[in-house]
Design a protein around this ligand. Structure first.
Ligand SMILES: Cc1cc2nc3c(=O)[nH]c(=O)nc-3n(C[C@H](O)[C@H](O)[C@H](O)COP(=O)(O)OP(=O)(O)OC[C@H]3O[C@@H](n4cnc5c(N)ncnc54)[C@H](O)[C@@H]3O)c2cc1C
Length: 425
């Protein structure tokens, strides 16, 4: 069985691995000159440092994704925390730590919240009560946004600002007044309240592209192949069964089954007759800053009350990366302005000494970082797109994975799509 996978992002690679592991001969066609899609690394020309298109944070609950990289032998690239530990710093320089590692399982998380600084006891009690309701399966989000849900659940403005907002921005890449509360419930159930291993953070210690680096050789050993810089334009179908894919270079590639693992807009271009949902995208801005010396003590810090939301210490001395999610307001600003503002904010947050100076900055604006999933458009996410030929399945972080647009969602969708086309054969 020849399975053609269109798209070499994480959903496409997951689909290809799933199909190849079950004996299919797989061809992956990727329009760009690299694999990884929206999760990749490249070399910064000015410094020669390998940087990501944006810092990715993984959690232990990403079991499908972790299985996949373990099959590729690259799990050593990830550095797992023993248990969830997140420092928060605010504009007054006050540092407090959410440490879930003092007790096992969800008790550890509860203790971490109970002892978190910067929150009144009524804020903490509200968060703990919410978590208990979720654990007991008593929480429903209806069509609420996160803000509506948190207010209805009696969360204090302080808890919303200092606890919920950093979590929602990081995991849902959407402002609170738009973000879908049901996805917040899913993330909290899966990660935060999923036990010590599920909640802990894993940070890549190298460029993201290294995680998938062995994949082309892995696939070749199983009679498959990866073709980069190969853009698929359309499918050739007869009686609602696809026979071949056509590439923009005029090449025709025969297929017994096809997985389209691209963003929804590309699926629509490849299959104009199908009814593919369309999403507004939410940007993420990542800023890499090269200082003359190392100054950040923690691997990662959530920042409160600033444009910057998260700061990560990178392996090269003096290099930090910053993340600004749901960054529509900032996307039109120049890179110079963004760098100047971020440097000023870091100086205020961390009280940097005058002999710490910045010698280079790089801003990466991913304007189409992730789809913005609104609670009112929940039904639009699907994996069986009306009008798609019988031997074709779609995959991608935008499909109905039950998760926000994440690597784990992309991997799960890729596996599901590959299973569907194999079963249909
Ligand atoms: C800056 C940033 C930070 C993020 N942070 C996190 C994080 O911390 N944790 C997390 O879990 N997730 C994070 N994400 C989200 C995560 O990266 C995505 O959800 C995931 O990579 C999506 O994978 P995908 O395979 O669905 O899509 P994509 O990665 O978009 O892959 C689709 C591929 O299809 C190719 N393609 C499109 N059209 C065609 C065509 N016609 N022919 C051939 N190829 C085609 C594209 O070139 C692309 O390579 C982040 C994303 C960004 C941008």
């Amino acid at each position: 069985m020849h399975v053609v996978v269109i798209g070499g992002g994480w959903s496409g690679v997951a689909a290809a691995m799933y199909a190849a592991e079950r004996g299919a001969c797989v061809t992956v066609l990727e329009s760009r000159s690299y694999l990884g899609g929206r999760a990749r690394s490249f070399v910064d020309r000015h410094t020669g440092t390998e940087i990501d298109n944006g810092q990715h944070v993984l959690i232990g609950a990403y079991t499908s994704m972790l299985d996949m990289i373990s099959a590729l032998g690259t799990e050593h690239v990830l550095q797992p925390q023993p248990a969830l530990k997140v420092p928060f710093v605010d504009v007054s320089g006050r540092r407090t730590v959410l440490n879930a590692g003092r007790l096992p399982g969800t008790l550890g998380m509860a203790w971490g919240i109970a002892t978190l600084g910067g929150l009144s006891w009524s804020s903490k009690r509200g968060i703990l009560r919410w978590a208990l309701q979720l654990q007991l399966g008593r929480l429903q989000a209806g069509e609420e946004t996160c803000l509506q849900h948190l207010q209805r659940m009696g969360q204090t403005p302080q808890a919303i600002e200092r606890f919920w907002e950093p979590i929602i921005l990081a995991t849902l890449n959407a402002p609170l007044h738009l973000a879908d509360a049901q996805l917040l419930l899913a993330v909290m159930r899966l990660g935060f309240l999923g036990g010590t291993d599920a909640a802990r953070i894993l940070l890549p210690t190298t460029g993201l592209s290294w995680l998938l680096e062995p994949f082309p050789a892995w696939l070749e050993q199983r009679n498959g192949t990866v073709r980069l810089s190969t853009m698929v334009e359309r499918l050739e179908a007869d009686d609602h069964i696809v026979q071949a894919v056509w590439c923009s270079n005029g090449e025709r590639i025969e297929a017994d089954a096809v997985v389209i693992a691209t963003p929804a807009a590309s699926v629509q271009r490849i299959l104009p007759e199908a009814k593919v949902p369309s999403f507004v995208n939410s940007p993420i801005i990542s800023v890499y800053l090269w200082y003359n010396q190392s100054w950040l003590a923690d691997d990662m810090v959530a920042t409160l009350g600033t444009t910057i939301q998260w700061v990560f210490r990178k392996p090269s001395p003096g290099v930090v990366s910053l993340t600004i999610s749901a960054a529509s307001a900032l996307a039109s600003r120049s890179s110079e302005e963004i760098i100047t503002q971020c440097d000023a904010e870091l100086r205020q947050l961390f009280g940097l000494a005058t002999d710490v100076y910045l010698h280079h900055g790089q801003v990466i604006k991913e304007k189409q970082a992730t789809p913005l999933f609104l609670p009112t458009e929940r039904a639009a996410r699907c994996h069986q797109v009306p009008g798609v030929p019988r031997n074709v399945a779609v995959a991608g972080d935008w499909t109905d994975t039950g998760l926000p647009a994440t690597l784990e969602g992309a991997v799960r969708s890729g596996r599901r799509a590959a299973a569907a086309v194999i079963a249909a054969e």
